[in-house]
Design a protein around this ligand. Structure first.
Ligand code: TYD
Length: 346
């Protein structure tokens, strides 16, 4: 098997997180690329998810793990040695956490991206290095109607989305100013197996499994476009291989669904009563709708999502049912967050 395109060795940042680990799995099992995984191992990392794969002799020789912060220039310089591509998944991702404390979001999602870009700039003096940045549909802000396109203005409204917009803009600026080979992807809301149980879908599944209330913010009418994680990482890989330099690509799941429907779908899948739904105080500044136009990615990358919401939810529910040993300790370790987040809301 030949390595992919012109690439030999890819630095994946945040490769122990939910989306990053799905991408590492794709690279190891479906390509011959060497993978360096740089991860800070925050609360959202789950090293055991990749352990079986990366200890398998078929893949171990192509896999290197580096523990560290993308905002640490020395660590980044070392991790980048010999790499001809970087795919940046490292990020603080949870909107509600950013409302409590924006500092880690600015550190990783803005300063961390700046450090990565400067390291790539330095490395690119010696060899071509492509930088793929994983951004989000949330940079466009709330879109009450129509679909967001790649050249739409940014109107972020939460500390999280503002920090992601900052990183996304820096990537574009480094492409223009220093001629770096950059590509940005803007994904919609991910779901699937191995997602930290703070995001709506795994939170609601794990609460329902324990017969605990499903806390729906406000009316539950806020719409998200859910994308199955394996569809998303295939799109990101297509952007690495086929994305045009300096361009951004929307990667949406084409599954616009509101929070109340998510709750009902999950309860039905588990045979639990709808009385578990509990409307709680709304999120401050709650974006009521995100929706992406994916025409550009479809045309230029030859990519489209393949997993329907019904299939994806069924698979996800089954996985959480079968893997309490995976999610229970993660949830227990974050008990203080869940208490702070939900105690006064209900
Ligand atoms: P979330 O999974 O936090 O992703 P994001 O805010 O980045 O889109 O939230 C998805 C939607 O679900 C959003 O409209 C807020 C809503 N939500 C709830 O109703 N209850 C919850 O406990 C959470 C975490 C989210």
């Amino acid at each position: 098997m030949a390595p992919e395109g012109r690439y030999q060795r890819v630095l994946v940042t945040g490769g122990l997180g939910f989306i990053g680990s799905s991408y590492v799995r794709l690279l190891l099992t479906e390509t011959a690329l060497e993978v360096v995984n740089l991860d800070l191992m925050t609360y959202a990392a789950h090293p055991e998810t990749l352990q079986e794969l990366t200890s398998d002799p078929r893949y171990a020789a192509r896999y290197t793990f580096v523990k560290g912060d993308i905002a640490d220039p020395a660590v980044v310089r070392r991790a980048l040695e010999g790499c001809d591509a970087v795919v940046n998944f490292a990020a603080e991702t949870h909107v509600d956490r950013s409302i409590h404390d924006a500092a880690p979001f600015v550190h990783t999602n803005v300063e961390g991206v700046r450090v990565l870009l400067d390291a790539v700039r330095e490395a690119a003096r010696e060899r071509p290095v492509r930088f793929v940045h994983v951004s989000t549909d949330e940079v466009y802000g709330e879109v009450l109607e129509g679909l967001s396109r790649e050249d739409d203005p940014f109107r972020p409204r939460s500390p999280y989305s503002a920090s992601k917009a900052g990183g996304d803009l820096l990537v574009g600026a480094y492409g223009v100013t220093y001629g770096l080979d950059t590509v940005v992807t803007r994904g919609s809301n991910n779901y699937g197996t191995h997602q930290f149980p703070e995001k709506i879908i795994p939170l609601f599944i794990t609460n329902a499994l324990d017969d605990q209330p499903l806390p729906v913010y406000g009316t539950g009418k806020a719409i998200r476009d859910y994308i199955f994680v394996t569809d998303h990482v295939r799109g990101i890989h297509a952007a690495l291989l086929r994305g045009r330099r300096g361009e951004a690509y929307n990667l949406g799941g084409q599954n616009q669904t509101d929070g109340l429907s998510v709750a009902r779908t999950i309860l039905d899948a588990l045979g639990k009563p709808h009385t578990l739904i509990q409307h709680v105080q709304d999120r401050p500044g709650h974006d009521l709708r995100y929706a992406l136009d994916i025409t550009k990615a479809t045309r230029e990358l030859g990519w489209r999502p393949t997993v329907t919401f019904a299939e994806g939810i069924a698979q996800t529910v089954r996985w959480y049912q079968e893997h309490p040993d995976w999610w229970r300790p993660l949830k227990a370790a974050q008990a203080a967050f869940f208490t702070q987040q939900y105690a006064q809301r209900s």
